[in-house]
Design a protein around this ligand. Structure first.
Ligand code: FAD
Length: 386
C-alpha cells in the first residue's frame, strides 16, 4: 500500500515512525496510567516540524493535505492514540486557520505553527448540542473593540496546553451569510478558564477538558473568514480534516492491535501439541478477518483523503464513510485481539487493554458512527446532509 503514497509523504512517515519508536511508545503506558498530556511527544513532533504538517508551504509549513494527515495520524496512532489525537486536533485547527488566513493570522499563527513554536486545537463541542458539533450555542457579540465571546466548550483536546484554540460560535449579526462563525482565541485571553482535568476511560492523555469563555475579548483579526462562514468551515474544511485525523488515529490503534495479535499467536506454543497458536486454522481465519478489516479501512481512508485533496466530487461521501469504517474496524479488531491473546491481554494495564479503551472513543467522537453512516447514505443519494 506504500505505493499509493508519494515519496515526500513516505519521508515524513519515516520521521514519524522514528518518533514512535524513540518517544511515543516508551511513554504510552505512563500517558495512559497517569492521564498525562503527552508533552514530550508533542515537543518532539514540533522539533521535527511535523506540527506544521497542514500549514501551506507558502507560510513555511509542510503543505500536506488530507492524505498527509491520514498517514501521519495512523503512524502515531500505532504508538500512542492520545498523542495522535492531540497532534491531529492541532493539525485540524491549523488547516482551519490556513483555509482563509489573513496576513495577520499568518504572521501570528501559521508561521509560528510551521516553525514548531505554536500549538493550536479545536473547540467545537458543547454540552447543549452534544454530538451535533456543528450547532454551537457560544455567543459572539461585535463591539467597537472587537468580538466578545461567551460560552462553554466541552472535550477540548489539548485543553490548557495549546497556545490558541479554534472556537465555533453563533454568528454575531443577522446580516451574516450563515448562522455560525469561527474565531481563534489565545490561551492567555481574559475570561478563559478550564474545568476539571480529563480522566477518560480511554484516550487518557488527551486533556479533553471543558473551556469556559466569559466576556472574552477577541481582536477583529481573529475572525476566520467572514461572519457566518459556516458551511465552508464545517463541511469543506473542519469535517474533512477532523474526520481524517480521527480515522487515521483509530486505524493506527487497529493496526497496533493486529500486530500484537500476530506476534502473540506466532510465539505462544502449547506443550501438549508442540504447536504455536498460529497453526490453528480457526485462529488463522480470525486473523485473516482482522487483517482484511484493517487493510480495507486504510484503502478507504487513503481513497477518501486523496479524493479530498484532488477536490473530487465523490470525496465527501468517502470522507464521511472512512471515519465510521475506521471506528468499526478499531473497536472490532481490538475486541477480537483481546480474545485471541487470551490471559496475556486480560492482565491489568496490558497494551491491548489500553488499545481497547482508546478504540471505544471512536464511536462517540462526533460525528458518531451512526450519524456518519446516515450522512454517507444521504450524500451517496445526492440529498443534503442535515
Ligand atoms: C476522547 C475525546 C476527545 C474529544 N475531542 C474533542 C475535541 O478536540 N474538540 C471537540 O470539539 N470535541 C471533542 N470531543 C467531543 C466529541 O466530538 C463529541 O462532541 C462528544 O463526545 C459528544 O458527547 P455527548 O455525550 O454530549 O453526546 P450526546 O449528544 O449526548 O450523544 C450521546 C450518544 O447518543 C447518540 N446520538 C446522539 N445524537 C445522535 C443522532 N443525531 N443520531 C444518532 N445517534 C445520536 C450517539 O451514540 C452518541 O454517542 C471529544 C470527545 C472525546 C470522547
Amino acid at each position: 500500500m506504500d505505493t499509493l503514497l508519494p515519496d515526500a509523504l513516505l519521508r515524513l512517515r519515516d520521521i514519524a515512525d522514528a518518533l514512535v519508536v524513540d518517544v511515543l511508545l516508551p511513554a504510552a503506558d505512563a500517558v495512559d496510567a497517569n492521564a498525562q498530556w503527552p508533552g514530550a511527544a508533542m515537543t518532539a513532533l514540533a522539533g521535527q516540524r511535523l506540527t506544521g504538517l497542514t500549514v501551506p508551504k507558502s507560510h513555511g509549513g509542510l503543505g500536506q493535505g488530507l492524505l498527509g494527515l491520514a498517514t501521519i495520524t495512523e503512524t502515531l496512532g500505532r504508538g500512542c492514540a492520545s498523542t495522535a489525537m492531540c497532534f491531529g486536533m492541532h493539525c485540524v485547527g491549523a488547516a482551519v486557520i490556513a483555509a482563509k488566513s489573513s496576513g495577520a493570522q499568518s504572521a501570528r499563527y501559521l508561521e509560528p505553527i510551521a516553525a514548531g513554536q505554536h500549538l493550536t486545537s479545536l473547540a467545537l463541542s458543547e454540552s447543549a448540542s452534544g454530538a451535533h458539533f456543528f450547532l454551537p450555542q457560544t455567543q459572539l457579540t461585535a463591539t467597537d473593540a472587537g468580538y466578545v465571546v461567551e460560552g462553554t466548550k466541552q472535550f477540548v483536546t489539548n485543553g490548557g496546553h495549546a497556545d490558541s484554540y479554534v472556537v465555533s460560535t453563533l454568528a454575531s449579526s443577522v446580516s451574516a451569510n450563515g448562522d455560525f462563525s469561527c474565531v481563534v482565541i489565545d490561551a492567555d485571553a481574559d475570561g478563559v478558564t478550564w474545568g476539571a482535568e480529563w480522566a477518560g476511560f480511554g484516550m487518557r492523555g488527551n486533556a479533553s477538558r471543558p473551556m469556559t469563555l466569559e466576556g472574552t475579548l477577541v481582536p477583529p483579526d481573529n475572525l476566520l473568514g467572514t461572519e457566518g462562514d459556516q458551511a465552508w468551515y464545517v463541511f469543506e474544511v473542519v469535517a474533512p480534516y477532523f474526520l481524517t485525523a480521527i480515522a487515521g488515529t483509530y486505524l493506527g490503534v487497529a493496526q497496533a492491535a493486529l500486530d500484537i495479535t500476530i506476534a502473540h499467536l506466532r510465539s505462544r506454543r502449547h506443550a501438549h501439541s508442540g504447536a504455536t497458536l498460529s497453526e490453528i486454522d480457526l485462529l488463522q481465519h480470525r486473523v485473516g478477518q482482522m487483517w482484511t478489516s484493517v487493510a480495507r479501512s486504510r484503502l478507504l481512508l487513503q481513497h477518501a483523503a486523496n479524493a479530498g485533496d484532488l477536490g473530487s466530487a465523490e470525496a465527501l461521501t468517502a470522507i464521511l464513510a472512512c471515519k465510521a469504517d475506521a471506528a468499526n474496524a478499531a473497536v472490532a479488531v481490538t475486541n477480537e485481539a483481546m480474545t485471541l491473546c487470551g490471559g496475556m491481554a486480560y492482565r491489568e494495564n496490558s497494551t491491548l487493554s489500553r488499545l481497547l479503551r482508546d478504540a471505544r472513543a471512536s464511536h462517540v467522537m462526533s460525528p458518531t458512527t451512526e450519524m456518519l453512516t446516515i450522512w454517507t447514505g444521504r450524500s451517496a443519494m445526492g440529498l443534503s446532509l442535515l
